[in-house]
Ligand binder design. Structure first.
Ligand SMILES: Nc1ncnc2c1ncn2[C@@H]1O[C@H](COP(=O)(O)OP(=O)(O)OP(=O)(O)O)[C@@H](O)[C@H]1O
Length: 335
């Protein structure tokens, strides 16, 4: 099997007494889209800086494309394209001029730099705007130009720090689709940091949930959900028109496959061990309930995130930034 393109072993960064990144072990394979997920201050940017050789780890090793990022930062920088969350352009120059400038800085020969820049602009969907000054660009267009900036040197890995920040929902969808397409077409490895759960869920092959400098979990969404919700993998939400009698919850819990029942006004949330929706519906009808809606839910990143935060509440309570209170408020805020 091919060696991982990014390999972090015991990676740790301390700022005085703060362990911003704490003993991080992680491998990312070629062609993968990996999402580094976590609230503000979780340590995502610090990890990225260590990957790029821009800050030295206190201990541990970051290997990128076969090079130790601390001891050998130059080849790493040649192979990795990095798009920070606050990309800047020369506003009085056009998109093409900006990109040609970056291409020259990356050592692309004068004979081919313009052609390469045009190709990149086409690839990111900006060919119609290549002669416009970037001062007139929307945030979404700037992100696309930022992507062209990192792609022009034909990297093996691209690292995108909060790439969808400030883009409207349809722009986000298009931008993520573009990243996925590029990764699949060119075998490009993508590491993107984000705190937008739903967006990451759409595009990433695997995610790492990062809180208080520690990686709490990593895997694909289905595996994470399977591990966490093994006892109650199945949820049915039933909306009823008439009031829910007080005994209904106990009656439902008497059914062998039902593990948990939550009643919230006219909404019943029933968790169980197997897919038993038709039986539940029949049962509720027999109990005289007027059903107006039934929905089978699968667990997504929101639930995974929330569950990890709940589970780690006690373990992390000594750290202010990763306390349950902080995590919950972050979680609500971001939802
Ligand atoms: N140069 C520094 N000196 C001291 N502390 C720092 C420094 N850089 C980061 N930190 C601290 O390290 C922790 C991790 O910060 P980091 O920027 O890596 O988090 P993040 O997950 O990227 O969050 P954000 O999304 O807000 O950028 C934070 O508590 C931050 O205040």
């Amino acid at each position: 099997m091919e060696a991982p393109i990014i390999e972090l072993k015991g990676l740790t960064k301390c700022y005085r007494s703060l362990r911003a990144v704490d003993d991080l072990d992680l491998t990312i394979n070629k062609g993968e889209i990996f999402g580094l997920l976590g609230p503000n201050g979780a340590g995502k940017s610090t990890t990225i800086l260590m990957l790029l050789g821009l800050t030295e780890p206190t201990s541990g090793v970051a290997t990128v494309c076969g090079f130790n990022a601390t001891k050998n930062p130059i080849p790493v920088k040649q192979k990795v394209g990095y798009m920070p969350d606050n990309i800047g352009f020369y506003n009085n120059m056009t998109a093409l001029e900006n990109l040609v400038y970056v291409g020259r800085l990356n050592g692309i020969a004068e004979a081919e730099v313009k052609e390469r820049a045009r190709e990149m602009l086409e690839e990111v969907g900006l060919s119609g705007a290549m002669n416009k000054r970037t001062a007139t660009f929307s945030r979404g267009m700037k992100q696309r130009l930022g992507l062209a900036d990192v792609l022009i040197k034909q990297p093996e890995v691209i690292i995108l720090d909060e790439p969808t920040l400030g883009i409207d929902p349809s722009g986000v969808k298009d931008f993520l689709a573009l990243i996925k397409q590029l990764s699949r077409q060119q075998g490009l490895t993508v590491l993107l940091s984000s705190h937008h759960l739903h967006q990451v869920q759409q595009v990433c092959d695997r995610v790492g949930i990062f809180v208080g400098g520690k990686l709490l979990a990593e895997g694909n969404i289905d595996t994470l959900a399977g591990n966490l919700f093994a006892r109650e993998p199945f949820v049915v939400e039933v909306t009823v028109q008439n009031p829910v009698p007080p005994t209904l919850e106990t009656d439902l819990l008497a059914i062998e496959t039902v593990k948990k029942v939550l009643v919230n006004d006219h909404l019943l949330q029933i968790s169980g061990s197997t897919g038993c929706t038709p039986d539940l519906v029949r049962f509720l009808v027999q109990k005289g309930m007027h059903i107006t809606g039934v929905q089978q839910r699968s667990y997504g990143l929101d639930e995974i995130y929330e569950r990890y935060f709940e589970t780690n509440l006690n373990e992390n309570s000594s750290s202010e930034k990763s306390s349950g209170l902080f995590q919950r408020s972050f979680f609500r805020k971001r939802k």
